[in-house]
Ligand binder design. Structure first.
Ligand code: SF4
Length: 395
């Protein structure tokens, strides 16, 4: 056969829709030890070659793995990388984290969103330091008893740090397994708890007992990099031979985001240094602390809210988009002079004029940090440069 013909035939085979192939690798797939072993080998070999070089992968310290797993929930890897390094520099051990004040922890979490994660992480560290001698439990069942640690995090830490044979099931794993098994994650019939149980059973069967930590990371990595929600790269997928759908799988539609408009006051003043009337001055920004009873971001500092959402075009300092959970906020910022603050803003929590050099180190909401950075009042974080326009900032 001529070379051109061979190539054409190879591509025709690769690109032919799965439905026409009359192949059913899953028919005996999850009960055939040889097929499962081959899948594990291919996936692990692919992971060894293609895994991303991420800072937490250089550590086997359960605390470091725990921190990374909590940060990675609902947050993109690119955003986590920088924040993880800063967090670990400041709190290199579980005891260092336990001894810190909550405001310090929240300040380092600022911009990552889902602040409840930081509070729970801190609480769990304090519990482990006070009651378990500073040693994080090794078993997934024990880890789950700690604040903020669910089935996924417990399985990830126990398998990666201690080699426990327990499978992780996060959103990526769920998508990969549904696709290889041909299960419709979006269907009402056969979905929900029953589907979840099937996914967990399959994840447990596929888990490599000799390398549970690597296997778990490999399947999550596959979901994050190749088997993505849209446009899975099936032609280069190491387990495509075992996949029933190979790109035919429907991804459930995202819930559309709601849109809301909010407006904040940016007030900056220049004051002499405390106790001095002459000499160098200091620039301060007016911030307000969200009351402790708020369910969203309690205790965090933000710009005061304007009484009127509408801002005349001439007074508009900047506009931006910012996402909090399922809401996309259209944010207007206007400059307000110190004398006008009282009449133009809604009084909420405690207010303080905060020196700009201190503002970077307090627990600012992600939106406030973003606004101050864009106004060149705070240094821009790498996070602000790489996060999408609607970066998340969630309680
Ligand atoms: S073949 Fe495609 S759909 Fe199947 S697991 Fe691989 S990337 Fe996902």
């Amino acid at each position: 056969m001529r070379h051109g013909q061979q190539l054409r035939q190879t591509f025709t085979l690769l690109l032919r829709p799965v439905a026409c192939r009359n192949l059913d690798p899953m028919a005996k797939f999850d009960d055939d030890p040889a097929t499962i072993a081959a899948l594990r080998d291919r996936l692990l070999a692919w992971y060894a070659r293609h895994r991303r070089d991420l800072p937490w992968r250089q550590s086997t310290d359960p605390y470091a793995i725990w921190v990374s797993e909590i940060m990675l929930q609902q947050t993109r890897v690119a955003v986590v990388v920088e924040r993880y390094r800063t967090f670990m520099d400041r709190f290199p051990t579980l005891v260092a984290l336990a001894l810190a004040g909550e405001q310090d922890v929240l300040a380092l979490w600022s911009g990552l969103g889902y602040y409840r994660r930081a509070r729970m992480l801190h609480k769990a560290a304090q519990f482990v330091a006070a009651h378990l001698g500073g040693n994080l439990p090794a078993r997934a069942e024990e880890l789950r008893a700690l604040p903020g640690i669910g089935a996924y995090t417990a399985a990830a830490v126990a398998s990666i740090a201690h080699g426990q044979r327990v499978a992780v099931v996060d959103g990526n794993v769920e998508r990969v397994l549904c696709r290889i098994a041909g299960w419709d994650a979006g269907s009402r019939k056969g979905g929900g708890a029953a589907l979840r149980r099937k996914i967990e059973t399959l994840a447990g069967k596929l888990l490599d007992p000799a390398h549970p930590g690597d296997f778990n990371q490999a399947i999550m990595e596959l979901g994050a990099t190749l088997c993505t929600p849209r446009n899975p790269q099936c032609l280069v997928c190491p387990i495509s031979a075992n996949c029933k759908t190979r790109g035919e799988h429907k991804t459930p539609r995202r819930v559309p985001m709601m849109s809301r408009a909010v407006s904040y006051a940016l007030s900056v003043r220049t004051s002499p240094k405390p106790g001095k009337t002459k000499g160098p001055s200091t620039r301060e920004v007016l911030l307000e602390q969200r009351p402790a009873h708020f369910t969203v971001m309690p205790g965090m500092w933000e710009l005061p809210t304007l009484t009127r959402a509408e801002v005349p075009a001439n007074d508009l300092r900047m506009t931006l988009r910012h996402a909090i959970m399922q809401v996309s906020y259209y944010v207007r910022i206007r400059t307000v002079f110190e004398d006008d603050v009282e009449g133009m803003t809604v009084t909420g929590g405690e207010r303080r004029w905060v020196p700009l050099r201190e503002a970077a180190n307090i627990a600012l909401t992600g939106l406030t940090r973003k606004v101050l950075a864009r106004a060149h009042l705070l240094p821009a974080l790498p996070l602000d440069l790489i996060a999408p326009p609607a970066s998340q900032d969630i309680a």
